[in-house]
Design a protein around this ligand. Structure first.
Ligand code: HMG
Ligand code: MG
Length: 297
């Protein structure tokens, strides 16, 4: 497995969207810059969603504008509908991500509509993005379990992935939103999805609530997936996913990959510095095992 893996850094978006401490726009911009300086070439920097729903992501336009001069990196933002797309485009977005769920319960809680309605909301976004030359990534939440609906069948994930793919998403990111998956389930889900769309177009977005994320990622890599979403310091969570903790930590993923002989191009020392600075601003140490180990040295 000694080939390349692409890491999509989630810290400034998923990482901060559920935090109680307010992080200034300047600090969010500095966090993105520090991550890029560490070698992360794709960073999700914000979300154009309702500021009443997710106040932490307000001013994502200022964050996106604030990093527009940064060379050598691609910046992603979430958009749930055309209103979000308009705002993202006005701020200069070149890549946007739509986000659906494999379960009705989470779709309703997160974006206040059914799964089918969410697809109808995404259709004009994808059509306009195509005309504008904007790339669209598609997320599916709750691929290994839902906090409201429980078990999720791999077929439900595979069918929705195919729908998003047919609409024109260039990549489908599969979210274990509440971090309940285990390797056997992850493998079955990934096999079902990759029967519908090319494995090269899949990403794994695993939260680490039950400490299974690295094991699930390893199994996914054995299945051929080469794109991993992770967040510096293991930050992250979703206010609509009760009990869920952060994304798998970027440090932990980088440590595993480099240990397997897979080059990531990421400088661990600089990544740790970015993690430590945002953790200082949040007022608590990072949960990442690797950051904890390295900070203790
Ligand atoms: P809604 O209530 O159905 O929408 O919300 P609406 O069209 O009826 O509008 C309601 C209000 O929201 C209006 O404002 C709109 O203007 C405003 P009001 O008249 O009340 O003042 N509005 C917007 N404002 C800013 N930007 C927009 C926008 N759209 C409408 N784009 C909506 C639907 C999706 C907007 C809302 O439910 C929402 O913002 N939800 C937040 C969803 C979210 O950000 N969740 C966290 C990210 S997803 C995640 O973390 C999972 C992921 O990491 C993968 C994984 O781990 O599984 C991606
Ligand atoms: Mg997430």
């Amino acid at each position: 497995m000694s080939d390349r893996v692409r890491i999509i850094e989630m810290g400034p978006r998923d990482g901060l969207q559920n935090e109680k401490s307010a992080i200034s726009v300047e600090a969010r911009i500095a966090f993105v810059q520090a991550l890029v300086a560490a070698g992360l070439t794709t960073v999700e920097v914000g979300a154009f969603v309702s500021p009443k729903a997710i106040p932490q992501m307000a001013s994502s336009d200022a964050v996106l504008r604030g990093v527009s001069h940064v060379k050598g990196a691609e910046f992603h933002v979430l958009v749930p509908n055309e209103k979000g797309y308009d705002a993202a485009r006005a701020a200069g977005a070149k890549v946007v991500s739509v986000f659906a769920a494999a379960s009705e319960g989470f779709s309703r809680a997160n974006i206040n509509c059914s799964v089918a309605e969410s697809i109808e909301r995404f259709k004009p976004v994808l059509a306009r993005a195509k005309a504008d030359g904007v790339k669209v990534r598609g997320y599916i939440s709750c691929v290994l379990g839902c906090p409201f609906d429980g078990e999720i069948k791999p077929k439900a994930v595979a069918d929705l992935a195919k729908t998003l793919w047919d609409l024109g998403c260039y990549e489908i990111s599969l979210g274990d939103t509440i971090g309940v998956g285990t390797p056997g389930k992850a493998k079955a889900m990934l096999r079902a999805v990759s029967a519908n769309i090319p494995v090269a177009s899949l990403a794994m977005h695993f939260h680490d609530t039950y400490g299974q994320a690295l094991a699930n990622l390893y199994v996914g890599m054995e299945e051929g997936v080469r794109v991993i979403d992770s967040a510096a310091g293991g930050l992250g969570g979703c206010p609509y996913a009760p009990g869920a903790t952060g994304n798998v930590a970027t440090e932990d993923v980088v440590y595993m990959l480099e240990g397997m002989g897979i080059r990531t191009g990421i400088d661990m020392e600089r990544l740790l510095a970015a993690t430590n600075e945002i953790s200082r601003l949040l007022g608590r140490p990072p949960v990442s095992r690797v950051a904890t180990a390295l900070n203790a040295k």
